[in-house]
Design a protein around this ligand. Structure first.
Ligand SMILES: Cc1ncc(COP(=O)(O)O)c(C=O)c1O
Length: 397
């Protein structure tokens, strides 16, 4: 059988390759510390599990409405009002099988072949691939390190053309953790309204922000920008629910209806009893999210300090998420055994071999000068991993 051009053109994930190598080393009894995972190391809070278990026991195990149960859409509406100052009705909300699925639905609903989509780099790996699956063209703009990887109107504007259909925002960002200020968002919103493009605002990491930073949703900046924005969010990171596969989108009713139609032909509804768990998560106590945030804040401070203490490495302190994105290009040209390190993939292999720590090369995210380190692992692992990395880096010739 011949594989479709579409499937063949997908870029294979180097993250998975690193993960496979790390797992193989672990299977051989080598003690590898994983800093590559993009998921909280905390368990899903009990009251969320209980709600889903009870729902399954009650026989809530059949198909639901394609776009999610009304109870969950209402809970999402409450959350968006409470946390973001946004007002949406049921017909403006769609529940999907993960934020990734919500994003896929939005792109499929809005993009035609030949449309241009501006994606700020460093970007989350799925954005360009999902855009390409629509036959649309990703246009990469670079948010620079001296500006803390943050985007603004001046960076975006030169990339806007009459074919620009939408701009993807991801604040706080995976992989950099950078989060946009209200002023930066206002500038981008004004440009979107003037030039007539849409915004897809991926707010998956909004609950994980530090040092008093307050997340702002671009859709809250007025009716004009709200009418051209689809907000995407996920249960995965804020509630440690990665395996539950639940995300949601909120936006203009016509877009949500189109997404619902697509979902109806692809997956149908997200898992029935998992949706009941999500209701408990959104409407119940937010204490566990707060505790997770406080723990991540401690780890972030520690890991940034340690990285800054390593010669040849620069590390910006991010506003949010659970990643740091240090610049390691100051060590390119150094020798490790018989090899010379010249890019982020080789640096990652060096860390795996010499320090037995698994990270993700920045080239995956559109920047070959960096690596991504996830601090969604215990403080003990972080301390041990940073000790090993410092030792390995100091031994480079
Ligand atoms: C930026 C970003 N958006 C969306 C997602 C999707 O999360 P999920 O599909 O688990 O809801 C992720 C997951 O890693 C992410 O990093």
């Amino acid at each position: 059988m011949n594989i479709s051009t579409r499937a063949r053109n997908l870029v294979p994930s180097a993250t998975l390759a690193i993960g496979a190598k790390a797992r193989q080393m672990q299977a051989e009894g080598i003690d590898v510390i994983g800093f590559a995972q993009g998921e909280p190391d905390f368990d899903t809070p009990e009251h969320i599990k209980e709600a889903a278990i009870q729902a399954a026991r009650d026989g809530f195990t059949k198909y639901t409405a394609t776009g999610g149960i009304n109870e969950l859409k209402d809970a999402v509406a409450v959350k968006l009002k409470r946390d973001n100052g946004l007002s949406y009705t049921r017909n403006q909300i769609l529940i999907s099988c993960g934020g990734k699925h919500s994003l896929y639905n939005v792109f499929q609903a809005l993009l035609d072949p030949g449309d241009e989509v501006i994606i700020p780099a460093p970007y989350w790996v799925s954005f360009p691939e999902q855009v390409k699956l629509c036959g649309a063209n990703p246009v990469i703009v670079h948010a620079t390190e001296p500006q803390g990887f943050r985007l603004n109107r001046q960076v975006l504007e030169p990339a806007v053309t009459p074919r620009t259909k939408l701009v993807v925002l991801n604040s706080p960002s995976n992989p950099t953790g950078a989060a946009l200020s209200r002023t930066e968002l206002e500038g981008i919103a004004a440009l979107a309204v003037e030039r007539g493009f849409a915004i897809v605002s991926d707010e998956t990491y909004e609950a994980l922000v530090y040092d008093g930073y307050r997340h702002v949703s671009i859709a809250s900046l007025g009716d004009a920008i709200s009418a051209r924005t689809v907000v995407v969010n996920s249960m995965s990171k804020a509630y440690a629910m990665t395996g539950w596969r639940l995300g949601y989108a909120a936006g203009p009713a016509a877009v949500i209806q189109a997404m619902d139609g697509l979902q109806g032909q692809m997956t149908s509804n997200p898992t029935s009893f998992a949706q009941r768990g999500a209701v408990a998560a959104l409407l119940g106590s937010q204490e566990s999210t707060k505790r997770m945030r406080e723990e991540f804040a401690k780890r972030r401070r520690y890991i940034v300090d340690r990285l800054r203490g390593m010669p040849g490495i620069r590390c910006h302190s991010p506003e949010g998420a659970f990643y740091v994105f240090p610049n390691v290009s100051g060590l390119y040209g150094k020798r490790y055994g018989a090899k010379t390190i010249v890019n982020s993939t080789e640096f990652t292999t060096f860390l795996l071999d010499a320090a037995r720590i698994a990270v993700v090369p920045g080239v995956e995210f559109g920047s070959d000068s960096h690596i991504r380190i996830s601090y969604a692992t215990s403080m003990a692992n972080i301390e041990k991993g940073m000790d090993r990395m410092a030792e390995a880096v100091a031994a480079l010739a």
